[in-house]
Write a new protein. Structure first.
Length: 227
């Protein structure tokens, strides 16, 4: 009983209040919001287009491309109030590293995507045309859509492992949406994945979370050891 009480006391001392969690998330969002001025105001740089970049523009793919935004907000909101303290610490560390590294890349290594022209007047084409004409064309590498979605998918796969196929599918769909809307090139996708995995494992290491130890705990929760 005394050992359990000590463990509970340590857990209470290390708990992160909701107010502090919100402040940390706002810090991450403030860094990530630098995406918009850099995307609209950068000049020069390169177009990271490769011979493989012959993907057709399919306007209906603008739907998952745009749906990312409310899904990110919900995913981050849910993690802010529901994720356990240790995993939340690693989540924050990962997001901060990924956002800071990506913004620095946008500033010091500018890359851009050329806008495309579209025929047709259906709702999907009009929405995609508006994005190409009115949104900034810089900040191509790494893909923000990919690295944010991948970081969320990696942490949610650890948090809710039973739904891992859904998290993986979300990354695949989002990556394809960036290609079939002409918003990114293939190398941008690879860059987004690389940055996301770097942030994920760095966040776990910083928070002292072991992959092997975490998986063992998950198995113990599902199948408690015999007494």
């Amino acid at each position: 009983m005394r050992t359990q009480r000590l463990k509970l006391d340590r857990a209470a001392q290390s708990a992160i209040p909701n107010y502090d969690r919100l402040l940390l998330i706002l810090l991450i969002c403030s860094v990530q919001m630098l995406y918009f001025p850099t995307s609209n105001q950068m000049m020069g740089g390169i177009e990271p287009k490769l011979p493989i970049d012959v993907f057709p523009i399919i306007p209906i793919w603008v739907v998952p491309y745009v749906l990312c935004y409310p899904l990110w907000l919900f995913g981050i909101f849910w993690a802010t109030f529901k994720m356990d303290d240790d995993l939340f610490r690693s989540f924050i560390a990962a997001l901060l590293l990924v956002s800071t590294f990506s913004i620095a890349t946008f500033v010091f290594f500018p890359t851009y995507i050329k806008a495309s022209s579209f025929a047709g007047q259906d709702v999907f084409t009009n929405l995609l045309r508006s994005i190409h004409e009115n949104w900034g064309r810089y900040d191509a590498f790494p893909s923000g859509h990919v690295y944010i979605t991948t970081v969320l998918a990696l942490f949610y796969s650890r948090w809710y492992p039973a739904h891992k196929p859904w998290w993986i599918s979300s990354v695949v769909i989002v990556a394809l949406s960036t290609l079939f809307t002409g918003q990114h090139y293939f190398v941008d996708i690879l860059g987004g994945l690389a940055v996301a995995f770097l942030g994920y494992y760095s966040g776990l290491k910083w928070a002292g979370i072991s992959t092997i130890r975490t998986r063992s705990r998950e198995r113990d929760v599902i199948h408690p050891p015999a007494q």
